[in-house]
Design a protein around this ligand. Structure first.
Ligand SMILES: *Cc1c(COP(=O)(O)O)cnc(C)c1O
Length: 242
């Protein structure tokens, strides 16, 4: 599979080039922008190859897919500890599972989910299945589209307060998606302002996760500290999965 490795290396160089150029354009240090590969729908072998290229974080959007893939990655690269992130819509009944494998959940958008994750992280800790608090980003919604998740901006601060008060969770920042079919600039400006406000009341909430394959430049312009990149690294996904 040397071909695929070379393909991924070339794509990684292109994405890093885009991040560097976007940072240079606004005088930011590229070291402040984390590249988080979104590996949903792609096979475990790709995660292993990305790890070979130095990318030791991976994000998934579905619990069941993540659990299966993780086991395969361990079998492929027993010595490599990939850190797994959850970025997709999360049903409360998946909290128990996600709390066992995720270092960070970026898609927390309701008080009920906060409670479920806090309980789940405690149970996982007591069972020896996780060590330390579960990192959480509160997901903001700018388009009110329930299918894409997110908490309305006016309620974001209160949600963040709940995460901060949960003993097994650690508030790490804000995540957001640009509305579909609209100019991402305005959305990222709004999100960036919300992330900054949150940092004032919660100094540890330093992360602002925004920007994907199609709009990472605009997100970086508005302060993104984490770009979640799928297709630009890994290629096109089948249309049936999201
Ligand atoms: C799939 C997904 C991404 C990556 O999208 P690309 O356009 O493939 O880069 C980023 N964030 C979330 C929440 C996703 O579900």
């Amino acid at each position: 599979m040397h071909g695929r490795r070379d393909e991924l290396a070339a794509a990684l160089a292109r994405v890093r080039g885009r991040i560097a150029a976007a940072c240079a354009a606004v005088g930011r240090d590229p070291a402040q922008v984390r590249l988080l590969p979104v590996t949903k729908t792609f096979p475990a072998r790709d995660v292993a190859l990305l790890a070979d290229l130095g990318l030791l974080d991976a994000a998934e959007a579905r619990d069941s897919e993540a659990v299966a893939k993780m086991a395969e990655v361990v079998a492929l690269r027993p010595a490599v500890g990939v850190r797994w992130h959850m970025v997709g819509r999360l049903q409360r009944n998946k909290s128990r599972s996600v709390a066992r494998w995720a270092v960070q959940v970026q898609s927390v958008d309701s008080a009920r989910l906060v409670e479920a994750l806090d309980r789940a992280a405690r149970a996982a800790g007591e069972a020896g299945q996780r060590h330390g608090a579960l990192g959480v980003l509160v997901q903001a919604s700018l388009d009110g589209d329930p299918a894409r998740g997110g908490c309305p901006l006016p309620r974001l601060e209160a949600l963040a307060d709940r995460v901060a008060a949960a003993s097994q969770l650690r508030l790490e920042g804000v995540m957001g998606l640009a509305p579909l079919g609209a100019d991402p600039e305005a959305a990222f400006a709004q999100l960036g302002a919300a992330a900054q406000r949150l940092r004032r009341s919660h100094p540890g909430a330093v992360e602002f996760s925004a920007g994907m394959s199609g709009d990472l430049e605009q997100a970086i312009t508005h302060g993104s500290t984490c770009v979640r990149v799928g297709t630009a690294l890994l290629g096109d996904r089948p249309l049936t999965s999201s």
